[in-house]
Design a binder for this molecule. Structure first.
Ligand SMILES: Nc1ncnc2c1ncn2[C@@H]1O[C@H](COP(=O)(O)OP(=O)(O)OP(=O)(O)O)[C@@H](O)[C@H]1O
Ligand SMILES: [Mg+2]
Length: 431
């Protein structure tokens, strides 16, 4: 089973960079989800690896074989890349039975040799068992439910034993329950087949639950490539923090500076004071110096590239993510002048589950709304003019207007730099 490697892969249409300088290693046997908002470049990335789209520049390697290299003029056609596809519109052949649909691809195999009738029969039955459709072999697609059709499509894709299986939103037209069921099937399939799965979705929940690695893209640019829980608890920047997690993370604007003992003293939520203690050693001035150094280096690199022949300026510019602050009075305030931002301008990222309602808690709030589901309640708590979203486990009933006291629990509170949007540290927050 091969490893897939992308180096500086770029795809642009005129000034529009659909994929911008993507570096990515998809390890053998991984289950990678490509995640990001609509139009961020997921399908384009998949199509380039598969050989259905020609990159503008860069290099793609599958196993020990270079399948694309713009500099060397290598471009291996799609049918020689040994990859399987499963696209959202997985049209089955309506005039063929389930058996024939699955067998069709196998009877077309010519390399290294044609398969015998018996080999085809064995394979069809084996994959049909894997996706649990062996009871329907003689039915036609019209005689199957949507989920069964989907499973036939998966079986058909699996049958030729592709070393790499690409799936582009394969579950998007199933109902919520079937979707969940199919997720389990896919997870099992991944283990049973030992293939490498690359799976496109814009559903963060699907990406979180299925993947061994999440590749989160925005505007053609890789934002983070990590295990799901790392992406959740240690997002690289504000965009990533906001994109994963449901209900969304709370962003709290804060001003502050580091004390001699390493903790950061903050003023936030109006005039409240809090102390952020980073989990590891942090030298905040050095962090900012490094940020500025990297920005300068990137700028230099950019002007160097801009001077090269054939360079095209990116039309869809990259911008720092604009986060939302939830307030009681949702009056539009004049947008903050980014030029005025200093190194004292920070943002705290607080996941809902870290808001702890506790008697004697240090932070005062008032219940603004509560949605109990039985297992847990999602609540909105008003602190001054601000609204914080919390998740409380158990069947507690909250009354609107009820006064509560809160603590912020755990060591996964995030500190971001407002100017660059990047995560500075994780740690604890005490009011
Ligand atoms: N042939 C093309 N010519 C010009 N622009 C294109 C072309 N194909 C795609 N694009 C643009 O490239 C961007 C990335 O497209 P892509 O299909 O990869 O998005 P995606 O991440 O798969 O989105 P979705 O979640 O909506 O499927 C989009 O903004 C799209 O408009
Ligand atoms: Mg797409």
């Amino acid at each position: 089973m091969p490893e897939i490697k992308l180096e500086h892969v770029t795809k642009r249409w005129n000034k529009f960079y659909a994929v911008d300088d993507l570096d990515l290693v998809i390890e053998d046997n991984a289950f990678v989800t490509l995640l990001g908002p609509s139009g961020c470049g997921k399908t384009t990335t998949l199509r380039m690896i598969a050989g259905l789209e020609t990159p503008t520049s860069g290099r793609i390697t599958i196993g020990d074989k270079v399948v694309f290299d713009s500099a060397l003029g290598i471009n291996v056609p799609a049918n020689k890349r040994r990859v399987g596809f499963l696209f959202q519109n997985y049209a089955l052949w309506p005039n063929m039975t389930v058996y024939q649909n699955i067998a069709f691809g196998l009877s077309n195999i010519r390399e290294p040799r044609r398969l015998t009738k018996q080999e085809i029969d064995e394979t069809v039955h084996r994959v049909a068992r894997v996706v649990k459709i062996n009871a329907f072999m003689d039915r036609y697609p019209a005689e199957l439910s949507g989920g069964q059709q989907q499973r036939v499509a998966i079986a058909r894709t699996l049958a030729p034993e592709p070393a790499v299986l690409f799936m582009d939103e394969p579950l998007s037209n199933l109902d919520a329950k079937l979707r969940l069921e199919m997720r389990y099937e896919l997870q099992r399939l991944h283990v049973e087949t030992g293939s490498t799965f690359v799976y496109v979705t814009h559903d963060q929940m699907e990406a979180m639950t299925l993947a061994t690695q999440i590749c989160l893209i925005n505007n053609g640019v890789l934002q983070q490539y990590d295990a799901p829980l790392t992406v959740y608890h240690r997002p690289n920047n504000l965009f990533v923090a906001d994109f994963v997690g449901n209900p969304s993370i709370n962003f709290i604007e804060a001003k502050g500076a580091q004390r001699a003992d390493g903790a950061v003293e903050l003023t936030l939520l109006g005039d409240k004071k809090a102390v952020f203690t980073p989990a590891g050693p942090l030298d905040l001035p050095a962090w900012f110096a490094r940020r500025d150094g990297e920005a300068a280096a990137a700028e230099q690199e950019h002007s160097k590239k801009a001077a090269e022949k054939g360079f095209v300026e990116k039309g869809n510019k990259d911008e720092t993510f604009v986060y939302h602050i939830d307030r009681v009075t949702d009056e539009e305030e004049a947008p903050a002048q980014t030029a005025e931002l200093t190194n004292e301008d920070l943002v705290i990222g607080l996941r809902p589950e870290f808001i702890e309602i506790a008697e004697g808690g240090a932070l005062d709030g008032e219940i603004y709304g509560a949605m109990p589901t039985g297992m847990e309640s999602t609540i909105k708590v008003r602190v001054g003019d601000y609204l914080l979203t919390g998740v409380v486990f158990g069947s507690t009933l909250f009354k609107i207007g009820e006064k509560v006291k809160m603590n912020i629990s755990g060591g996964n509170i995030l500190l971001f730099d407002r100017k660059s949007g990047r995560r500075i540290a994780a740690g604890t927050l005490e009011f």
